[in-house]
Design a protein around this ligand. Structure first.
Ligand SMILES: CC(C)(COP(=O)(O)OP(=O)(O)OC[C@H]1O[C@@H](n2cnc3c(N)ncnc32)[C@H](O)[C@@H]1OP(=O)(O)O)[C@@H](O)C(=O)NCCC(=O)NCCS
Length: 165
């Protein structure tokens, strides 16, 4: 399994992966909207023998300086529970840090994301439409979430999709 940056040639296979992993096309619309708006901060795929088996994307947020939001993360249904999702998450967080990003937010299962250092407490200082018991944050660098005014805005496509169904 190898992990690399995406190119537009991958988008069709990524769409198929997202639809299969999430059982619908909401995440396909999300990725298309993020790409069109230029709101993707980082996007990687995992591939095995020319086939894309995993995908992770981060969108930019405003509020925290150089902040990202992780979504979506997916692994092909027939390749889940083999460590691909974890490897994609770890490598992408390392790369994000190297690229100068300072923090990451995620809405997800704390049982899964806490293993990468995501923390419910760290997100509590921020007002977001997603605030609550599944909303977590991670500092990529020390002080990455310090000295913020506490208001977090996500890429507009998130609200558009929720509003539009
Ligand atoms: C969630 C997902 C990306 C995990 O990828 P993966 O390659 O299967 O995960 P890994 O093999 O790296 O990790 C497996 C571990 O995650 C746990 N896990 C897998 N999916 C989980 C989930 N939805 N919630 C909580 N834990 C989960 C497993 O219990 C396992 O834990 P263990 O190692 O302690 O037994 C993958 O299952 C997936 O694509 N799911 C459908 C889409 C989705 O729900 N994405 C998350 C959106 S926030």
């Amino acid at each position: 399994m190898r992990i690399r940056a995406t190119s537009p040639d991958d988008y069709e296979q990524i769409d198929e992966l997202l639809a299969a992993a999430f059982g619908g096309r909401d995440e396909v619309r999300l990725m298309n909207g993020l790409r069109q708006a230029g709101d993707v901060g980082l996007e990687l795929v995992a591939h095995q023998q020319q086939q894309i088996v995993g995908h992770i994307a981060y969108s930019t947020v405003t509020g925290p300086e150089r902040g990202l939001a992780l979504a979506p993360l997916s692994v092909s249904p027939d390749r889940q529970r083999q460590g691909i999702g974890s490897e994609l998450t770890r490598q992408s967080l390392d790369l994000a840090r190297q690229q100068g990003w300072r923090s990451v937010f995620v809405l997800g299962d704390p049982g899964y994301y806490s293993r990468f250092g995501f923390d419910l407490e760290a997100a509590k200082a921020f007002q977001s439409p997603y605030s609550g018991e599944h909303f977590m944050a991670l500092e990529l660098v020390e002080g990455g979430l310090a000295d913020q005014d506490g208001v977090l805005s996500h890429a507009p496509i998130f609200a558009q999709l929720e509003g539009g169904g």
